[in-house]
Ligand binder design. Structure first.
Ligand code: SF4
Ligand code: SF4
Length: 399
């Protein structure tokens, strides 16, 4: 099975329409976006991490902030340059803004004569947040494409995700600084942006000793309109900039901290369902569900009903759920997956295996977040390699 290819590894080095913007002029991009009704969401340093948040101005970006990652470990570090997008695997992903953790689905009210009125809360009936997502790395761009497939690509179009996604303006930034736990190159989702990457603007951030320059290409009609905004002080790029961008991407590809061999992985997982590897992982896994919360492609939800004390007002809310929760597989009479072993196995075999059958690609884009934010440092690339080794050993044994 070939690696899925949401984005390619080569930057659009010869993009004739690319423009150059100095980092100190990023506020003009904010102004061009907010003038068109978008609220900018992007990275910022807060509480010892690079988080994603609504940003009032360009000076909130995390200039000169990098991250150091390890299984179960994360800390910010100071960089020698002032790059704003040279970090990876924060505790959030963009799904927080497109597929929010909590959403009210409907409200019900009972009036004096007992008549109950239901009012749906689907966002197409109310103002939809219009986010400009600034700084989407290629792995996360591929993750948004996976969510598009799941939440809008079939007969059912999710009423919360769909309008938010359609309203969103996406500014992707090629990755020049992969983290110690990144493996986008081996699953074909990065670190570069290909010419047809599904975004509105594609950016390469080139940090030099004295300055930081942005090479920007439009990937949509509205991206072209923003790039042509007269208040944006863009210019013809320095002829060396595309080549610098290409070299940066190639260097990033060589510095991937992890690798996941995607070829044939779906079949490997299907053949190793009874492997002792699952028991060993389960002896470490806390079934906390962190890996699913931080994963940019995990989309599962549950619903909760609430009432007020009078019983005249009720609401149904949707919130993120995790296949690591015991109740997640509760059906009549009890849970189907009662052990940590069965829950971890469900997560990994779905993410890397049966996702292909359901949605035509892997559910993993190689961002590394589940490794970073697992409190006991379980590493899916290591576990997948162990299972592959075991499948190979059993094949040799039967040959
Ligand atoms: S499974 Fe892990 S590495 Fe893959 S997309 Fe999810 S969080 Fe990222
Ligand atoms: S693999 Fe790690 S993050 Fe995921 S449920 Fe187990 S302990 Fe939690």
């Amino acid at each position: 099975m070939a690696p899925d290819t949401g984005t390619a590894k080569t930057p659009p080095a010869n993009d004739a329409d690319a423009r150059e913007l100095a980092q100190e002029d990023l506020q003009a991009l904010f102004d061009a976006l907010t003038a068109r009704g978008w609220t900018v969401v992007g990275p910022t340093e807060r509480d010892g991490a690079v988080v994603l948040a609504e940003l009032a101005s360009a000076d909130k970006l995390p200039y000169g902030v990098g991250v150091a990652l390890a299984p179960g470990g994360y800390r910010v570090r100071r960089r020698e340059d002032r790059a704003a997008f040279a970090h990876s695997a924060g505790p959030q992903s963009w799904k927080t803004f497109l597929h929010p953790e909590r959403a009210r689905l409907w409200q019900a009210d009972r009036d004096g004569d007992g008549t109950v009125t239901f009012t749906p809360d689907a966002e197409e009936k109310s103002p939809v947040p219009r986010y400009a997502l600034l700084g989407v790395h290629p792995c996360d761009l591929a993750a948004i494409a996976r969510l598009d497939r799941v939440l809008t690509g079939g007969a059912f179009r999710d009423p919360v995700y769909t309008p938010r996604r359609e309203a969103a303006f996406v500014i992707a930034v090629a990755c020049g600084e992969p983290g110690e736990l990144c493996f986008c190159a081996s699953v074909g989702t990065g670190p570069g942006l290909r010419d047809d990457a599904p975004c509105d603007l594609a950016v390469h951030e080139i940090a030099g000793d004295d300055d930081v320059r942005l090479l920007i290409s439009a990937h949509s009609a509205r991206g072209a309109e923003v790039l042509a905004d007269p208040r944006l002080p863009v210019r013809d790029p320095d002829p060396q900039l595309p080549e610098l961008a290409r070299c940066q991407t190639e260097a990033a590809e060589r510095r991937m901290g992890r690798e996941l061999e995607a070829e044939g992985l779906r079949d490997v997982l299907a053949e190793t369902l009874d492997s002792p590897v699952w028991d060993e992982v389960a002896s470490r896994c806390l079934t906390c569900g962190n890996c699913t919360m931080v994963c940019p492609t995990c989309f599962c939800t549950t619903t909760e009903d609430t009432t007020d004390l009078t019983g005249d007002h009720a609401e149904r809310w949707r919130r993120w759920d995790s296949c690591f929760d015991l109740d997640f597989s509760y059906v009549h009479g009890g849970s189907v997956r009662t052990s940590g072993r069965s829950r971890y196995r469900q997560w990994l075999t779905h993410k890397l295996g049966t996702w292909h059958d359901q949605f035509g690609s892997s559910g993993c884009v190689g961002c590394g977040r589940c490794i970073v934010w697992c409190p006991v440092g379980i590493d899916l690339t290591v576990e997948a390699a162990r299972l592959r080794e075991e499948a190979g050993a059993s094949e040799e044994g039967t040959a």
